[in-house]
Design a binder for this molecule. Structure first.
Ligand code: EPZ
Length: 415
């Protein structure tokens, strides 16, 4: 059951509910470790990475109960221990265990994080932040050892705008003595969501969503209840698929502002995009106009939607240019798209997409969630049947993608 089959050529029509944001919940789960309490997290997406992270929390002694899309995490009986097994290496978000365990216990041993292979993904800015807070750090046998007799608030300037480093430093700083100021912080909506959760636990964080975040340490933190923001990447992917198939799709339970970068680019292509209070409707047009994409930190065009957007651009009437500014190697999906008939040339971080190219069903492989999403969009466009293997990669980040696509009229099934 690790292959998704798609018979392309059908316009997507209808509406679907969008789940909670993966890149928020994967930080909120480790954040629960910062209090000896029972936190309730609502609107949790049914994705594989959540299951992996819940297992890691259970290994630490947390009691986790799932009812529908609500998770209850009781961390009263958590005992610190080295976290170096396979689950840690399977996702990038396990790095958040460093900040959370360091904040709660003053010590952490965490295996080097894994996750999508998008080139080198150092954690130097995370470690720079922890050292600035007073931790001593060593790396042995593929694990990071962090220790701090006490964590003291300080001023930290991030050399790189990093979502993970911004969040990880927040996790370590909320229980530190004194005030921590993170400068050149990332401003993604998921960071605001994590700050809202931590403030719900009693933390005092100001400025999340701007590039200067101020954290006044406070101890202890308490239980809280929080509903996760909608997943702008899931929503954006279905908006792109609607445009690619010439259909009409409404994505529900979204925050339209968070989707502005994608909506703006789709409008540039001639696509009709209308916004409700908590929904966005996309209606495909013909012809689609070519556009250039430069990925940037929020509120720029998100790197996580670059791959599916590449598949859409193969259908524009003209040549488009994509420049991937966030990751060294995030154009691996191009190889598989070209096997399906696309004509894309790459050079380093640049991809030149010749439009108007018919795509044909083919057996292809999902290398990571967003590259897999690009192949899904291509399969929905292609003539004939596409078989996407390693679909577990897509299931890491997309909730029940086959069911949601079938709900929109796609001819898609798992086998
Ligand atoms: C988060 O990854 C997301 N993952 C990614 O989504 C997303 O692409 C990325 O943010 C950018 O928005 C999760 O939230 C679990 P970064 P993260 O630190 O935190 C460099 C998806 O498909 N960097 O903002 O790892 C780094 O190499 C995933 O949902 C350093 O140099 O991303 C990259 O080039 C993929 N040193 C850039 O910064 C550091 O210490 C941005 O990385 C940290 C990062």
């Amino acid at each position: 059951m690790d292959t998704l089959r798609i018979r392309g050529g059908r316009p997507l029509v209808g509406s679907i509910p969008i789940a909670g944001a993966k890149n928020s919940v994967l930080a909120l789960l480790p954040a629960t470790l910062l209090a000896e309490a029972s936190c309730t997290i609502e609107n949790v997406p049914a994705i594989r990475d959540v299951k992996v992270l819940v297992d890691l929390l259970r290994r630490l002694g947390a009691e986790v109960a799932m009812e529908g899309t609500t998770l209850r995490v009781d961390t009263a009986r958590v005992v610190n221990r080295p976290m170096i097994d396979s689950g840690v290496r399977s996702l990038r978000a396990s790095a958040y265990l460093m900040g959370a365990l360091l904040g709660r216990f003053g010590e952490a041993v965490v295996g080097l994080p894994g996750g999508c292979n998008l080139g080198s993904r150092p954690i130097d800015q995370h470690l720079k932040g922890f050292e600035s807070l007073g931790a001593t750090i060593s790396q042995r046998a593929g694990a990071i050892h962090l220790k701090a007799a006490r964590l003291r608030g300080t001023r930290i300037y991030l050399d790189v705008v990093s979502v993970g480093a911004t969040i990880n430093i927040m996790l370590a700083a909320v229980l530190a003595e004194g005030v921590t100021v993170i400068e050149n912080a990332a401003t993604e909506p998921e960071i605001v969501d994590v700050a809202t959760f931590l403030n719900g636990m009693g933390a005092r964080i100001q400025g999340a969503g701007t590039d200067v975040i101020r954290i006044r340490g406070r101890s202890p933190l308490n239980a809280c209840r929080h509903a996760i923001i909608p997943d702008r990447m899931e929503a954006g992917t279905y908006m792109i698929a609607a445009a690619a198939t010439g259909g009409e799709v409404r994505v529900d339970h979204v925050i339209p502002l968070h989707l502005e970068p994608v909506s703006a680019k789709l409008r540039e292509m001639g696509v009709f995009v209308t916004e409700g209070d908590e929904s966005v409707t996309v209606k495909g047009t013909d012809p689609l106009l070519p556009v250039d994409i430069k990925t940037q930190p929020y509120p720029g065009f998100p790197t996580d939607l670059q791959s599916p957007f590449t598949a859409l651009l193969t259908q524009a009437k003209g040549t488009s240019l994509i420049i991937e500014n966030i990751y060294e190697e995030r154009l691996k999906h191009v190889l598989e798209l070209n096997r399906m008939g696309a004509r894309i040339r790459t050079d380093g971080r640049m991809a030149l997409i010749e439009g108007g190219t018919p795509l044909y069903g083919m057996r292809v492989r999902a290398m990571d969630p967003r590259a897999g999403a690009a192949l899904v969009v291509a399969g929905l466009i292609a003539e004939g049947e596409t078989a996407i293997t390693d679909i577990h990669q897509i299931d890491r980040s997309y909730e029940r993608i086959d069911q949601k696509l079938r709900q929109l009229g796609a001819d898609v099934w798992r086998e």
